[in-house]
Design a protein around this ligand. Sequence first.
Ligand SMILES: NC(=O)c1ccc[n+]([C@@H]2O[C@H](COP(=O)([O-])OP(=O)(O)OC[C@H]3O[C@@H](n4cnc5c(N)ncnc54)[C@H](OP(=O)(O)O)[C@@H]3O)[C@@H](O)[C@H]2O)c1
Length: 245
Amino acid sequence: MIKVAIAGASGRMGQMLVAAVQAADDCTLHAALSRGDDLALRLAGADVLIDFTRPEATLSNLSICAELGVRAVIGTTGFDAAQKAELASYAERTAIVFAPNMSVGVNVVLKLLDMAARAMNEGFDIEIIETHHRNKVDAPSGTALQMGQVVADALGRDLQACAVYGREGVTGVRDPSTIGFATVRGGDVIGDHTVLFAGTGERIEVSHKASNRGIYAQGSLRAARFLASKTTGLFGMNDVLGFNT
Ligand SMILES: NC(=O)c1ccc[n+]([C@@H]2O[C@H](COP(=O)([O-])OP(=O)(O)OC[C@H]3O[C@@H](n4cnc5c(N)ncnc54)[C@H](OP(=O)(O)O)[C@@H]3O)[C@@H](O)[C@H]2O)c1
């Protein structure tokens, strides 16, 4: 049995995760954690913490995981570069899976995007469009940024330099070396992502649409099982799904 602790257990994802752990034959709920809990006390004895909260909370939780040797599955998004570096530093002391999207389907899409971008490396304008519910606090979504990173890496471009986040006014003609991002927020949309390759005479759209948050919980449990054999290191869902072997 994998002893799983859940951070942010009262949140949208936290509630899904508690239900998924309780339904899984090979997992047991060690602790459902809330803001204000004594983490060091409640995490002791857990095999893995699954954390979908906010960057500051996640980093504080990870420092305790590193001290106690508790593995961690991190689904929180919205980290800046310095926070990502801090997160990576904890992987020297415990094993971490960090993925802005835990869905198996999205991670298959990332693999497809790598292939598509390599084949369409000339003559195609690339735009990433994402839609999420009205309560999402960061933009573009971590998944959209990850899609952009995969495409930029495949094309040998620097995402920082070539990303365009929204357009307004007299923008001039489109620079073909850019990767555009468009963000839509509203309603209860769980998460839709489309990468558009717009060429002359044809358009290719690679899309993923989430209709149930359970996909992120199931992916997180898969990541927790993957971590059972690891003691240190920073991993992504591509490692969990065996794309790097
Ligand atoms: N990787 C993925 O596949 C994936 C999928 C979906 C969502 N996400 C990300 O997961 C995160 C949570 O999403 P959500 O929709 O579940 O959000 P949510 O419903 O707002 O839940 C956030 C949870 O984190 C807790 N929290 C927030 N700030 C905290 C702090 N400073 N200290 C301790 N706990 C804190 C909240 O506790 P209170 O109720 O006390 O505020 C709540 O339980 C977001 O970053 C989202 O983008 C990732």
